[in-house]
Ligand binder design. Structure first.
Ligand code: ATP
Ligand code: MG
Ligand code: MG
Ligand code: MG
Length: 443
């Protein structure tokens, strides 16, 4: 009799045995599809846990639990972007070379740009970012008035394409990855700086909500161009960026922006700069008129005269944030998530079939039902590990490896009067014994 008939009151998609999570316990180093790539912890853990599956270099299948987590991340990003007045739109990924030639990036981007021809011989690229596209769109509206600015447009989180010279570290550096990109249009330099600052604040709020320590550093403007730029970096040894942080004041910069090997702080002049490595998870640019001038993105000013808009652009690496969070929070063996992003919040582990606590099985089933129904935040978030042919210990190990924020064991204590449940809280590393009411309070 398959275990799932026992738990017939629970939706099959909330039973662990039914989740599509093909775990790949082979050493990722043996995986021929990954030959030539380098490996890191988040990549190995995500692959072993059935969160991602490699397809071709720099490209992955995002398996169901990852998609759940991404959707959660996108919701938090949406809240923050809409909180500062962002409006969501969607732009084509297939971009005509014409636009990229106008901004001169058709040549500047070199081999990183994925180029293709259509059936008529027309040149296209798969968009690595959308400054050209969005500026052309805004330029198209000849009636844009200063009263409608600032205008903040951001994209439905979509895939970006870059033929990275070294795709590696799983979702940290893909050739096809998800980015949130926002673009701002303002009436003046001063207004544009204010918008720039409000986006930076929104990014800081986002990382605080995720519980990730993030540093905002002065950064190079690279081939995107512009005058002012900051990166949002998660300190981590695996990071590919080198950062200089002052021990005395708030100064922090990417080494790319500094004359080499400087150790005295250029801001307070007394502090010493300390180097650390970081993963770039976000990047903001104050662009000025660089693109708006080329594409004539103008608005009519208070004197009813056309005036070129001041722009900014702001990127967040969505898939990179997910992998970077796992990278910095997990142990070598067990995944840890920012609470808001865990694919499921709770895993309930019922007794082993045939054990002396077996009669508590229905209590586990009832508990899953109660949690999902009485706590609105937990609807669809509580799974039950129905693989009751396995010992509690084995399933517990699995649950810890996957990093559910709460694991509830319905074991020996559940048949006592009154029943007690063992709760493992991943965020605080605590183990509690609670009554059903205590459990409801905690969750
Ligand atoms: P990197 O220096 O790591 O190559 P970048 O400076 O080229 O990144 P941006 O053009 O600033 O990247 O893009 C905005 C954000 O998109 C980055 O801050 C990063 O979080 C994310 N990102 C960029 N390239 C990749 C990639 N290959 N895979 C995953 N995320 C990426
Ligand atoms: Mg790059
Ligand atoms: Mg960079
Ligand atoms: Mg960057």
């Amino acid at each position: 009799v398959p275990a799932s008939t026992t738990f017939r009151h629970i939706k099959p998609t909330l039973l662990v045995s039914r989740l599509y999570q093909p775990s790949n316990l082979r050493d990722v180093g043996q995986d021929t599809r990954l030959q030539g790539e380098m490996y890191c912890k988040s990549q190995r853990l995500m692959q072993q846990a059935g969160l991602i599956h490699p397809s071709n270099p720099g490209c992955y299948y995002y398996l169901p639990a990852t998609v759940r987590s991404m959707e959660k991340l996108m919701r938090v990003i949406d809240q923050e972007m809409q909180g500062i007045g962002g409006q969501k739109l969607d732009m084509p990924s297939l971009c005509s070379a014409e636009l990229w030639k106008a901004s001169e990036r058709w040549d500047l981007m070199g081999k990183e740009l994925i180029r293709l021809k259509d059936r008529h011989g027309g040149d296209y690229c798969l968009a690595p970012t959308h400054e050209e596209a969005v500026t052309t769109l805004v330029a198209h509206q000849t009636t844009l008035s200063y009263r409608q600015l600032p205008l903040l447009l951001y994209q439905v989180i979509t895939r970006k394409f870059r033929d990275e010279p070294k795709p590696r570290f799983g979702l940290l550096r893909g050739r096809e990855f998800y980015m949130k990109d926002m673009y701002s249009f303002d009436v003046s330099e001063e207004a544009a700086y204010q918008t720039y600052e409000s986006v930076c604040q929104a990014y800081i709020r986002l990382f605080t909500r995720l519980g990730l320590r993030c540093v905002q550093v002065q950064a190079d403007t690279g081939n995107i161009g512009g005058e002012l730029s900051h990166e949002f970096q998660l300190p981590a040894d695996i990071g590919e960026d080198r950062l200089l942080l002052c021990g005395n004041c708030s100064f922090s910069a990417n080494v790319e922006t500094m004359s080499s090997d400087r150790t005295d702080c250029p801001q307070c002049r007394t502090g010493t700069l300390v180097e650390s490595k970081g993963i770039e998870v976000g990047h903001t640019f104050y662009l000025g008129k660089k693109y708006s001038h080329v594409f004539s993105a103008t608005f009519s000013n208070a004197q009813n005269k056309p005036s070129v808009a001041e722009m900014g652009c702001y990127g967040l690496g969505v898939t990179r944030i997910l992998a970077a969070a796992i990278e910095v929070m997990s142990t070598e063996e067990e995944i840890r998530w920012p609470g808001l992003l865990a694919p499921y919040q709770v895993c309930v582990v019922p007794p082993k079939k045939g054990s002396k606590e077996d009669k508590a099985t229905f209590i586990a089933e009832e508990l899953v039902h109660t949690l999902g129904e009485t706590l609105p935040g937990l609807k669809g978030e509580v799974v039950l590990d129905d693989r009751t042919q396995m010992t509690i210990g084995k399933r517990l190990k699995d649950a810890n490896r996957l990093g559910y924020p709460y694991v509830i064991v319905v074991g020996q204590g559940a048949v006592d009067d009154p029943p007690r449940f063992e709760v493992i809280c991943q965020q605080t590393d605590e183990k509690l014994f609670l009554s059903k009411d205590g459990l409801l309070d905690l969750l």
